[in-house]
Write a protein that binds this ligand. Structure first.
Ligand SMILES: [Cu+2]
Length: 681
């Protein structure tokens, strides 16, 4: 009953580009998203839908951020077994909009142990859309680097009133055991869906045989209820929780005894005319995260008598009202959105490591608050049979405040966050307001039946985040101080893609460039880490191609390259030239494949964030396969890093965490075999 495009998951991914589909078959879609969609092994995928590859990228992925490493032009930073921070074309963190069911979620760790994607249960989402670059204004302010949209889809009950999936998996090396269940029941009018997952992992060994601190326990569950409350109104309520426990981080100076998130959202979709408006959609959400990290509970990180602990929290809430007008030659979307985030992080000294916090050392996030209000409109217009145009613009207002910037910290009761800002930059801690306009201008032209040219020019404003503005850490002789006077980043981007879609082969070439005014750079001084606005530029290219070779064989190749330069040299966290070669052999009930990943040496780095030396290049081979045991039962298995190479991605791990003064290069796992059983009903 899971026919086409039902689920994405770690284990069997098909890279789609919806662009060609939308253009060829419907109209007006400029987003050029790539969907990671799992197709059940029995499904056929005709309709000319897949553009780039029909190859199942089979990987034992256990984190939503890690999953996205398979997308050309994307990578993710690894800190351990959890906490993968996605990077698109050299942009990450506050430059990406990560949206799950319409909701934003900000992690609670000032050291980025829990990027928002950590709390997205990758087992339960049905589709992930990746929009590279800034191609639309409807997904919130910012998003200069891109947008990740994780979506649940409405279950299809055409085969019966209950459907679901149960999985169990095991990965060697880290002794990772995972299980998940996802069950939905309902009918055409209403449904209820519950899902949960449980993962237990030990540390893995890298290719050199060294143990990498990466153990974790992760549980999540959620419930979704949806109903057509009238003939033209659909209402959906979603509640999810995630619990991370005893998480080891090779890339941080602390570990996390716990990190928990709770999120709720409500979506209402009215699909009948109200005056000139054809449809109305309202999303409201709230997501709260609490996090604790220290250097003695999970494991003793040093032999000192006193420990350090940093409890923190992050509460996010917001919503969007979207109105749509659809006519033969155009589609207009307009609306309002609002996003608010309140974050708090304290740093304590714990004498004797007994769990009693004895002295407050820093208000790292001194009740840091961010608010954003936006109004936007976006028009997709069919200019001719072969040309479509997108014009979109949004106006945003950003407010930022640190409510306890003037509250004293420390033994002498003298240091305040405000005093740290004044000392570091000569600026005060009053609330700040920033505002500005973002815009996109896209033009797509179908050059021939097989050839599409897509171009996009954009301007986007990205407001500084809580750490960049308000970080106030001063302890043990080192400081890390935000700059309350930072200006928002202004990105001016152009990207051009040429996409070919032939019977036996698909390919695409993209070039992109981004001129950034007020790029927010983290830099080092003798006294510690600081932030400033600089000018920077990012540019690069991507290439994808895949071809059918005979009835069952398919091969693909992808290349990506990004370069980032600023006033003071190389930008941090830029992946080197990367190539990926894939071969898949697929029969009716089984398939095998291999993926060869090659990364060049990266000698462009920024020592304030990256490891202070060039990262060696590497080549690793993954092999995998699946076997449809019965109609309901699928067995997947593979060996990652077959030749047991010792390697690390260049971006593993930029140090956003001065609990260790230097960035650490976290090695990827050595050889690991894995197996997963999937039962669908
Ligand atoms: Cu943390």
């Amino acid at each position: 009953m899971m026919t086409m495009i039902i689920r994405h998951s770690a284990s069997a991914l098909f890279l789609f580009s919806c662009a060609s589909l939308s253009f060829a078959q419907t109209h007006l879609n400029h987003d050029l998203p790539i969907e990671l969609v799992e197709v059940s092994a029995t499904a056929t995928h005709g309709d000319g839908e897949q553009l780039l590859s029909s190859a199942p990228v089979t990987r034992p992925v256990h984190d939503a951020g890690e999953l996205l490493r398979s997308v050309t032009g994307m990578t993710a930073l690894r800190r351990g077994g959890r906490g993968f921070d996605p990077i698109i074309r050299g942009q990450s963190q506050a430059n990406l909009n990560v949206i799950a069911n319409g909701a934003f979620n900000y992690g609670a760790c000032p050291g980025r142990m829990d990027p928002p994607s950590t709390y997205i249960s990758s087992d339960s989402f049905d589709s992930v859309r990746v929009i590279k670059g800034h191609r639309s204004v409807v997904y919130g302010a910012g998003g200069s680097g891109g947008t990740l949209l994780f979506e649940h889809q409405r279950p299809d009950f055409s085969d019966g009133p209950v459907r679901g999936e149960i999985t169990a998996g095991y990965t060697g090396n880290s002794d990772l055991r995972s299980s998940s269940a996802d069950i939905a029941t309902g009918n055409e009018q209403a449904y209820l869906r519950v899902f949960g997952s449980k993962k237990r992992s030990d540390n893995y060994r890298d290719g050199g045989g060294d143990t990498v601190a990466s153990a974790f326990q992760s549980d999540s569950f959620g419930i979704v209820a949806g109903a057509d409350i009238t003939a033209s109104d659909y209402l959906e309520i979603n509640h999810e929780r995630a619990f991370e426990d005893d998480v080891w981080y090779a890339g941080n100076g602390m570990d996390a005894p716990y990190a928990d998130s709770e999120s709720s959202n409500l979506r209402w979709h009215h699909h009948a005319p109200i005056g000139p408006i054809d449809s109305l959609e309202l999303t409201l959400y709230r997501s709260d995260v609490v996090h604790l990290m220290d250097n003695y509970t999970v494991r003793q990180r040093n032999t000192m008598a006193n420990g350090m602990a940093a409890p923190s929290s992050s509460d996010t809430w917001g919503g969007r009202l979207l109105a749509g007008i659809e006519r033969d030659s155009y589609q207009l979307q307009m609306g309002l959105d609002y996003r608010a985030n309140a974050r708090k992080a304290l740093l304590y000294m714990d004498a004797g490591k007994d769990g009693q916090y004895d002295m407050l050392l820093s208000r790292m996030w001194p009740d840091a608050e961010l608010r954003q209000r936006g109004v936007f409109a976006e028009l997709d217009y069919r200019l001719s049979n072969v040309d479509t145009l997108r014009i979109g613009t949004r106006y945003d207002q950003f407010n930022a405040a640190a409510r306890s910037a003037n509250v004293s910290t420390g033994m002498m009761g003298s240091t305040t966050p405000a005093a740290l800002y004044a000392n570091a930059y000569g600026v005060d801690a009053r609330p700040r307001e920033r505002e500005g306009i973002s815009a996109v201008l896209g033009w797509d032209r179908q050059l021939s039946e097989q050839l599409l040219l897509s171009s996009n020019l954009s301007r986007s404003l990205r407001a500084p985040d809580s750490s960049e503005l308000w970080m106030a850490r001063s302890a043990m002789g080192s400081t890390w101080i935000g700059n309350p006077a930072l200006d928002p980043e202004l990105h001016q981007q152009l990207d051009i893609s040429l996409i070919g879609n032939h019977e036996q082969s698909q390919w695409s070439v993209t070039v992109f460039g981004d001129e950034v005014h007020n790029y927010i750079e983290r830099y080092e001084t003798a006294a510690g880490d600081r932030y400033r606005n600089i000018s920077a530029s990012l540019y690069g290219a991507e290439f994808d191609a895949s071809r059918t070779l005979g009835e069952s064989l398919r091969a693909g190749i992808s290349l990506s390259y990004t370069r980032g330069e600023g006033d003071n040299g190389d930008l941090a966290q830029i992946a080197p030239l990367e190539a990926r070669v894939k071969i898949d052999y697929e029969r009716e009930r089984w398939a095998v494949g291999a993926e060869w990943l090659i990364a060049d040496r990266q000698s462009h780095f920024n020592s304030a964030v990256d490891v202070d030396s060039a990262t060696p290049g590497f080549a690793v081979l993954h092999v995998f396969g699946h076997w449809q045991l019965t109609d309901a039962l699928l067995l997947e298995a593979g060996i990652e890093n077959l030749f047991d190479r010792r390697y690390a991605y260049h971006v593993n791990a930029g140090n956003a965490d001065p609990f260790t003064p230097d960035a650490l290069r976290v090695n990827e796992p050595g050889r690991q075999s894995w197996i997963k059983l999937r039962y669908r009903f």
